[in-house]
Design a protein around this ligand. Structure first.
Ligand code: IVH
Length: 670
């Protein structure tokens, strides 16, 4: 058999399996992005092999049924939506509509949110809710009437309006508010639901209406099926307004547009603000507003041609690992890094991702040539979620080469030492191999350390190469003519660098401790150490048990810090350095105590406009605040940036004070 047919058959089996997990069991094991990706791959193959288009999951709406629920026929089929992933592609949809309608008068489009919930059809007979069916396979749905009776926002009896249809199938989406979703997951610490959509589906599609009641499900109306004997609504927008007046929840981010640019604007606006809604959406839906226009466009067996969903960009993408490199950090830690075929995720081109450790590299099973799923959530650095390895796929193009973690340092060839089951692997060279030295010295001059402006990676490399800089103290021995020996550094630049170095000589204790590049001592820990010890010599004379009294320092880190500060060559280097610098005491605790932020536990969510998160925390910590990475009852304040994440819902849930970035900056200035 032809290889692409074998792949096509495999893909169908795989997709059917995942459709069953998603639609029938509400327990998917792959993300929506991966699922859509498989469907697109299959569609492409089906285009080439037109003969075998029958029985394809690309033609199905939904999937099988749960045996425990009775099934019934919909009066009018429940169709799905055609979708695109790039808003600029709506030009094709728009042109097709213009072509089919052949009219010059303006065409109205109703733009709505695409709610990520579970589709439902509510049958009203003479204004009374008599039946509720899930979409099922589009023709037959599962009967969840008793469960739907428990959803408060769904009207059970409609006010008698003029021309009330005898039979009306009201359609929409049942969803779980995000605040509710997080609350449930909080309670069920161990058995977490994978996402809000599946939680809503799982809460609705079972035999116990009490569970539905306990989950506080909600509903948004977005259309209708049968309307018997006659559809008296003027257009789609009018239908939604009538439904609203009858007590149905209709989402208020609803807009009528006739200009395509306004639709695009709507999309970008919603995408920007979507994280602030208390429900999950995965795109927008564009619908022809006029019913006659809808009829002209018609439908396929799967979706109407008068509507289109435009999905939001995914925070995931699939790519290939082109190479795996092993980098040596400033403390000698070896980190495997995967170099990827460039891909865009949330508008950013991603070319590499850290594999973190030997343990993680083998756990993921990443090889050179592997297809991998890469995720980038919010501000987070991209990471490899997993290797894509759908068992059945015979991918003829996939050539993978196993990559082994080295046993010797890739820079100086010293032996590597392994700790914690491969979670930490370090170079054994105590005299710092070249990469280590470069990174350590770069760390020393970096923003939150000595902050020596003008010495970047390139210049530092040359200074090391020319043997001008070897140790921390060498920075303070540099002369103008050392610098002018380096190409492209003229006298003026050299003078400026010397000035910056001089300026940096007086340094606060927290910055100084951080600058030393001790393993496990980041900005926050350096700050905690400086607050605890107050002066450098007390820090150098400490012991393990004292170190463990400090916030965020545990058994492992206390041992590492203690060993480092008692290492004789480290001590020697510090002694040499101390003769060039002045360590200032930290900002006086009096100032801190007077500050609004003193002792406040503060978290940040979303993208900040003015500062990076690091910088803002640095500022806040200097005012006595304590950084918290997660929201808990102990958090005092949440700082709200653009596109906030789930911390916002948790904070609302726990009644934690929320402050916008602007207000915060004003408070800092006071
Ligand atoms: S209209 C005949 N409008 O998305 C048109 N659907 O992925 C049918 N959905 O099956 C759907 N928000 O369950 C429509 N504002 C909205 C929607 C929406 C969410 C769901 C719906 C549909 C699915 C397709």
């Amino acid at each position: 058999m032809n290889k692409s047919i074998v792949k096509l058959i495999d893909l169908r089996k795989i997709i059917s399996h995942h459709a069953y997990l998603y639609y029938t069991l509400d327990s998917p094991i792959i993300s929506d992005f991966e699922y859509d990706n498989l469907i697109n791959e299959l569609k492409l193959l089906e285009k080439q092999e037109i003969k075998i288009i029958k029985n394809s999951p690309t033609n199905n709406v939904g999937s099988d049924f749960l045996r425990s629920l009775k099934t019934k026929k919909h009066f009018a089929s429940m169709l799905s939506l055609d979708n695109i992933a790039d808003i600029e592609m709506i030009d094709f949809f728009y042109k097709n509509v213009l072509k089919k309608l052949k009219k010059k008068k303006k065409i109205n489009f109703c733009c709505e949110l695409k709610i990520d919930g579970i589709a439902i059809s509510l049958l009203y007979k003479k204004g009374v809710l008599i039946r509720a069916l899930t979409r099922g396979n589009g023709k037959i749905g599962e009967d969840v009437t008793l469960n739907v009776y428990e959803i408060q926002s769904i009207p059970k009896v409609l006010d008698n309006i003029i021309n009330m249809p005898e039979l009306l199938e009201v359609r929409g989406e049942i969803y779980i508010p995000l605040s509710e979703f997080y609350k449930i997951n909080e309670v069920k610490k161990n058995i977490q639901f994978s996402n809000p959509r599946n939680t809503a589906a799982g809460s609705l599609r079972q035999n116990n209406p009490k569970i539905t009641l306990s989950r506080n499900l909600m509903f948004f109306c977005h259309g209708f099926g049968i309307c018997y004997p006659k559809n008296n609504f003027i257009n789609h927008f009018n239908f939604l307004m009538v439904m609203k007046s009858l007590g149905f929840p209709v989402n208020n981010k609803l807009c009528l547009f006739s200009n395509i640019n306004n639709i695009k604007e709507f999309y970008y606006q919603i995408n920007k603000n979507r994280k602030s809604f208390d429900f999950q959406i995965d795109g927008i839906v564009i619908k022809l507003n006029d019913f006659d226009d809808q009829k002209v466009l018609g439908s396929t067996s799967k979706y109407p041609k008068w509507a289109l969903a435009v999905k939001f960009p995914s925070n995931e993408n699939i790519t290939t690992v082109n190479n795996i490199d092993f980098q040596v950090g400033r403390t000698g830690l070896i980190t495997p890094v995967a170099y990827l075929s460039p891909i865009k995720i949330s508008g950013v081109v991603i070319k590499k991702a850290s594999l973190h450790s030997k343990y993680e590299m083998y756990r993921l099973g990443v090889y050179i040539g592997s297809k991998v799923l890469v995720r980038r959530a919010g501000d987070v650095i991209p990471y490899i979620v997993k290797v894509i390895n759908y068992e059945l796929i015979n991918d003829i193009n996939l050539i993978q080469k196993k990559c082994f973690f080295p046993t010797q340092c890739p820079i100086c060839s010293s032996n590597l030492i392994e700790f914690h089951n491969g979670k930490t692997v370090k170079c054994s060279n105590n005299n710092y191999c070249l990469d280590q030295k470069e990174k350590l010295l770069l760390h020393f001059v970096s923003k939150f350390a000595f902050n020596i402006k003008g010495i970047g990676k390139k210049i530092l490399k040359k200074l090391i190469y020319k043997n001008i800089i070897n140790e921390f103290s060498d920075f303070f021995k540099i002369q103008v003519d050392h610098l002018t020996k380096i190409d492209r550094i003229q006298k003026k630049i050299a003078n400026n660098i010397i000035y910056q170095i001089k300026k940096s000589r007086s340094i606060s204790l927290d910055r100084f401790i951080y600058a030393l590049g001790i393993e496990m001592v980041g900005v926050e820990t350096a700050r905690n150490l400086s607050i605890y010890f107050g002066d450098f010599s007390s820090f150098m004379q400490t012991n393990v048990s004292q170190l463990q009294k400090i916030k965020n320092i545990g058994t492992v880190s206390s041992g590492i810090i203690f060993n480092k500060i008692n290492n004789s060559s480290f001590k020697e280097k510090i002694l040499d350095l101390l003769s060039f610098i002045v360590i200032k005491p930290n900002n006086s605790s009096k100032t801190n105590k007077r500050s609004f932020f003193f002792n406040k536990k503060i978290a940040i969510t979303g993208r900040l406009k003015r500062y990076s998160r690091d910088k803002l925390f640095f500022l806040l910590q200097s005012l006595g605040a304590i950084q918290c990475k997660y929201i808990s009852q102990k958090t005092d304040l949440l700082i709200l940036g653009e596109c906030p994440g789930k911390k916002l819902y948790k904070a609302k849930l726990l009644n934690i004070k929320i402050m916008e970035e602007e207000e915060l900056l004003q408070k800092i200035r006071c």
